[in-house]
Design a protein around this ligand. Structure first.
Ligand SMILES: Cc1ncc(COP(=O)(O)O)c(C=O)c1O
Length: 406
């Protein structure tokens, strides 16, 4: 139901626009019958994990799709980042954005590598290369860029800095599967790149991730570290861990790969529908993807400029939640405001003015194959209604809050 009067908003007592909750990242399943057939094969084979045939096929298909020499499938992207960082012998300090999911920083801290938070470019939401240079100290060994929302980092500038300063460059490409930079697929940049195939990603293996690289030696080392460091039945040559992807995850991945174009087409249509529905709303800016590149369009990200909307991002999120639209404040707060970083670096925010602004402005809206144009038009109508009537809405909300306090 499209709402047209401010009093119809659920936060003011109207009925919710949706009976069921709409999530930012509902899983895409692909062809269920193909998945179940694969699971049956797997059960018949009694080969459930340890580099089974589905994992091997999945790795080959992903590597071919990306045009990269090696893909090492893993149980999730966090472990993949940890293993990649360890295989690259990162230590001391590594420069990362604070405007990212906390796993980027944790993957380093978990190995007692200090994540040094660097500010981002407000135009791209990605590491600002000009600021990276200023964060380098004698202890710095690497840079971990994040392709936030799947939009590529300033890859050339980061490469140039890493090369000139003798640092190792890797990318957290958790959001960027299927995207390209200057016509080359993400996965081919830096010394290694890491994807996430978590259930909330547009392409998933339930839980899962992968390190991809064009470096043969690094690939061998990462593969061994993913399997406890075993280089033969009884021979261990590295400190390793268990990062292996299971067969059922690879079965899901192979099935999802067959529907990848469909998932992307749905995301793309959703983005276009949001764009049309929100383009005339003052203070609401949808981030854009570079249409000359391949994009997965998996995130619908809005920046809310309160000066123009008259309503804050946080109040807008409340309005949407009341309608059963579970918009999320991604990324909020910045990693530097989370523990243990908040205690370790209490003044980090002073060097992160753009990050601080973005964490107050950005929200992510529901998309994926579970949401279609009809729902999106209703969501846009709610946002338009809230912004067009922001003063009246805030007045009524204040009155409700006052009554509740009494
Ligand atoms: C930027 C980023 N890095 C890392 C991760 C961790 O991925 P996983 O959940 O597969 O461990 C995520 C997950 O959402 C992410 O968004």
């Amino acid at each position: 139901m499209t709402k047209s009067r401010v009093e119809d908003l659920a936060i003011l007592g109207g009925a919710s626009a949706f009976d069921e909750r709409l999530h930012v990242g509902r899983p895409n399943i692909g062809d269920r019958r193909a998945l179940l057939a694969r699971i049956n094969d797997m059960l018949d084979r009694l080969w459930l994990t340890n580099n089974g045939p589905f994992v091997q096929e999945f790795e080959r298909r992903v590597a071919d799709f990306l045009g990269v020499r090696h893909c090492i499938a893993m149980c999730n992207a966090t472990v993949a980042l940890e293993i990649a960082a360890r295989a690259l012998e990162l230590h001391g300090e590594v420069i990362v954005p604070s405007f990212t999911f906390v796993a980027t920083a944790h993957a380093l801290q978990w190995q007692e590598i200090t994540p040094v938070f660097c500010d981002v470019d407000p135009a791209t939401h990605n590491l600002d290369p000009a600021r990276v240079e200023a964060m380098i100290t004698p202890r710095t060994t690497g840079i971990m860029g994040v392709h936030v929302w799947g939009r590529p980092c300033a890859i050339e500038a980061l490469n140039e800095i890493a090369g000139r300063r003798g640092l190792k460059l890797i990318f957290d490409a958790a959001h960027a599967f299927g995207n390209s930079y200057k016509g080359r697929m993400i996965g081919n940049f830096g010394l290694a790149e890491v994807f996430s195939f978590h259930a909330t990603k547009f392409f998933n293996t339930f839980e899962g991730g992968a390190v991809v690289t064009n470096d043969d030696e690094l690939a061998t080392k990462i593969r061994l570290m993913t399997n406890f460091g075993f280089a033969g039945y009884d021979k261990v040559i590295y400190v390793g861990t268990n990062g292996k992807m299971s067969e059922i995850s690879a079965a899901m991945g192979l099935t999802g790969l067959e529907s990848l174009d469909e998932f992307i087409a749905a995301n793309r249509l959703n983005c276009a529908t949001y764009r049309a529905g929100l383009q005339a709303v003052p203070g609401i800016k949808l981030i854009a993807y570079n249409e000359t590149e391949r994009n997965n369009y998996q995130y619908v990200i809005v920046e809310v400029d309160e000066m123009a909307t008259g309503i804050s991002r946080d109040d807008l999120v409340r309005v949407l939640h009341a309608e059963n639209v579970l918009a999320r404040r991604y990324f909020y707060p910045g990693c530097h405001e989370m523990e243990p970083y908040r205690s370790y670096f209490p003044h980090a925010g002073l060097l992160l003015p753009e990050t601080e602004k973005l964490t107050q402005r950005v929200m992510s809206l529901p998309t994926g194959t579970a949401v279609g144009p009809e729902e999106i038009e209703t969501i846009c109508a709610v946002i338009r209604l809230a912004v067009e009537n922001s003063q009246e809405l805030l007045r009524r909300l204040a009155a409700i809050r006052e009554t509740q306090h009494i």
